[in-house]
Write a protein that binds this ligand. Structure first.
Ligand code: IVH
Length: 659
């Protein structure tokens, strides 16, 4: 019986692979269903038979309470962008200047969301989103349901692979057809639809959304003795992953340009959305030598297809209120699809911008959008005017609280000065919890707005009292126990933030993330900052007279002072914690020795960096040393490290480990 079970697993997995990866089915749907039925019956009778690669895993139904965070051992980087031929040539030239003459692999840039997949001993173990590149979210339960992602690969190895989850155009169309029939809002485009499906707690939904995935990156090629990206693609394909059939090795920049022209012309016919072409140096050793910039690999780039301009009608101009009370005019547009997403709004920045473009309500305007870039109104078509268009008029009162607007000193922007204006308060709360500010997870814009309107959170103080409203939260739709406890945990954790986050979060006019850090470093404690004079602040490099005035003005307001005191009473840290240490598993608790001269770091700097990342810097090499960082002209420590078989990092490797 168990033999039959194993046979069924193997038949069904093979059928799955042929259908979803190779696009070449060898059994009919009826046969597949018959085998699956037989397998399910066996699993019911003999639950002890069930293997981790059983195709019933793909049925979905697992419901999770919230998304767990996952740290990527090797960060998931994104790519630099190029937009035209000369930028592509420049990319190639930059590599040539470093002494290489590489061939490249050109790939389609799939418009979905990136994913990291982990396998242990050949079995699918877990999947995570990219997140901020360092920490993503565990989406194992949903990824399990994706038919083209194998639950068991063809070698019993541990491996991580990365790729793109996407939804086909046809699936989106079918899905939207159903949603329309049910009166549900339509999904904007394939990427949003894929991302939305992956963010479901119930994996049945992801399963129904028929997601698909292409695998395009092997983060640890050296572990498998792989020397080129093309080989890596081949290796992953042989393991049973779906790689994109359009991938192509080209020998020079002309090959890249041909690939782009060719794929640009078949773009519309492809069954999935692409937003460009990815170009990668093929040789992995060259990749390693080229290394990374602060944000991107230097050995790859993404060519983005050009912006598209479309015409639509400017049906209205409405005004929004920001955190500081700033009023922004926004274009309300007759919805148009530009590059797969529906555009309904575009910012018009300020009164002068609208006057300069001579926009009138009712005008036909051209809209431009490129990739993820915010859509922009390029111009109005004066020749299409009928005479019925209405001129633009700046408002005089706040659209939310009706208080009289005040023109800024620069004469450009209008402000609502009412501290009690609900919209200003909501925006301030959104700013306070933002990732770069107090970094409170689980309080997105929508939730803040809802909580504000329900009276659950009306001031930042309420955030810290949220734990008293646990019961109330449980009764709200979309709040599971796990998400509530994650939220409360994140709030609690935020209390320990270093001072710079608090300064930024308070929203003092003109004080961004960088200045907040400068102030925190200098004053070390919020009360010291409170007492700083204009002159003193003005003398700080980067602050200047206007910001100095803003800071003093902020702390002269008794409401602000009492807010700070209340926060302190609630246990919010108001001190500078020193440089933020990053939990970097590449360094954490490891012993490092540095030898030779590094081009970008002095000895002290590198020691500091090792320690900031959780490592231990030691002077001599021994068996206990975990990593030796080797620069130019290394000494005998290098030889000793080699003799002892200790991991050796060159400067590029070091930099990639830091990302
Ligand atoms: S390679 C270090 N290849 O584009 C290598 N990315 O702008 C990182 N993407 O975050 C990625 N298709 O989500 C790569 N064939 C492809 C891709 C691709 C789509 C996405 C991916 C990445 C983003 C970069």
């Amino acid at each position: 019986m168990k033999e039959r079970y194993d046979e069924l697993v193997s038949i069904l997995n093979k059928a799955n692979y042929e259908y979803h990866v190779l696009d070449n089915p060898t059994i009919t749907d009826q046969e597949y269903d018959k085998y699956l039925r037989e397998l399910i019956d066996l699993e019911i009778k003999h639950p002890e038979y069930v293997t981790p690669d059983s195709p019933t895993n793909k049925i979905g139904g697992e419901v999770i309470e919230g998304f767990n965070k996952v740290r990527h051992e090797i960060p998931m980087l994104s790519l630099s962008n190029v937009f035209n031929e000369s930028e592509i040539i420049e990319f190639d030239n930059r590599i040539k200047k470093e002494g290489f003459n590489p061939s490249y692999v050109c790939e389609l840039k799939i418009d979905g969301l990136s994913v990291s997949l982990k396998y242990e001993n050949g079995y699918f173990k877990s999947a995570a989103t990219r997140g901020d590149g360092v920490v993503g979210e565990d989406i194992t339960h949903n990824v399990k349901t994706i038919k083209s992602i194998p639950l068991k690969i063809n070698k019993d190895i541990d491996i991580e692979v990365r790729g793109e989850i996407f939804m086909s155009k046809k699936t989106l169309e079918e899905l939207n057809k159903k949603r329309k029939e049910n009166g549900e809002p339509l999904l904007q485009n394939c990427r949003n639809a894929a991302a939305g499906s992956i963010r479901q707690l119930d994996s049945k939904i992801a399963k129904e959304r028929k997601l698909d995935a292409f695998i395009y990156h092997l983060p640890n090629p050296e572990e498998y003795g792989i020397k080129s990206h093309l080989e890596a693609l081949e290796f992953m394909k042989d393991l049973g992953f779906k790689t994109n059939p359009n991938n192509r090795l080209v020998s020079d920049v002309n090959g890249i340009l041909d690939f782009i022209t060719e794929k640009g012309s078949i773009r519309e016919e492809l069954p999935y959305d692409i937003d460009g072409v990815v170009i990668k140096v093929n040789d992995l050793n060259t990749q390693k030598l080229l290394g990374f910039t602060a944000k991107y690999p230097k050995w790859a780039t993404a060519y983005k297809f050009p912006a598209t301009e479309v015409l639509t009608k400017l049906t209205d101009i409405i005004f929004t209120v920001g955190r500081t009370g700033q009023i922004t005019p926004n274009a309300v547009l007759e919805p148009v699809i530009v590059q797969g997403s529906t555009i309904r709004r575009a910012t018009l920045h300020n009164e002068q911008y609208v006057l300069d473009k001579d926009l009138k309500i009712g005008d036909i305007v051209s809209i431009r959008k490129a990739g993820d870039v915010i859509p922009e109104v390029v111009k109005s078509l004066k020749e299409r005017r009928t005479g019925k268009e209405k001129p633009f008029k700046m408002i005089k009162n706040c659209p939310i609280c009706n208080s009289e607007l005040v023109l800024s000193k620069s004469g450009i922007d209008y402000f609502c000065k009412n501290d009690l204006c609900p919209k200003r308060n909501i925006e301030s709360l959104i700013h306070y919890v933002e990732r770069k500010a107090m970094n409170i997870d689980g309080l997105g814009e929508r939730i803040i707005e809802d909580f504000y309107n329900m009276g659950i959170i009306t001031t930042v103080i309420d955030i810290y009292n949220l734990y008293t409203k646990k019961q109330e939260l449980t009764e709200l739709e979309g709040f599971g126990e796990k998400s509530i406890s994650n939220l409360l945990e994140s709030i609690e954790k935020s209390k320990e933030n270093s001072l710079e986050r608090l300064i930024f979060a308070l929203g003092i006019k003109g004080i961004g993330e960088k200045n907040a850090k400068i102030l925190a470093k200098k004053y070390k404690n919020i009360h010291e900052l409170e007492n700083a004079s204009i002159d003193e602040l003005n003398s700080i490099k980067d602050i200047g007279p206007i910001l100095a005035c803003n800071i003093v003005e902020y702390f002269n307001d008794v409401n602000n002072l009492s807010l700070i005191n209340n926060l302190e009473e609630l246990g919010i840290n108001v001190n500078y914690n020193g440089e933020e240490t990053v939990e970097n598993d590449n360094f954490k608790d490891k012993r490092f020795v540095v030898t030779g001269t590094l081009s970008n770091y002095s000895r002290d700097e590198i020691k500091n960096i090792i320690e900031l990342n959780g490592g231990i810097s030691v002077d001599s090499v021994s068996k206990k040393t975990d990593v030796v960082i080797v620069g130019e002209n290394p000494g005998s420590k290098y030889d000793k490290a080699k003799d002892l078989g200790i991991t050796i990092w060159d400067e590029q490797t070091l930099e990639s480990m830091l990302k």
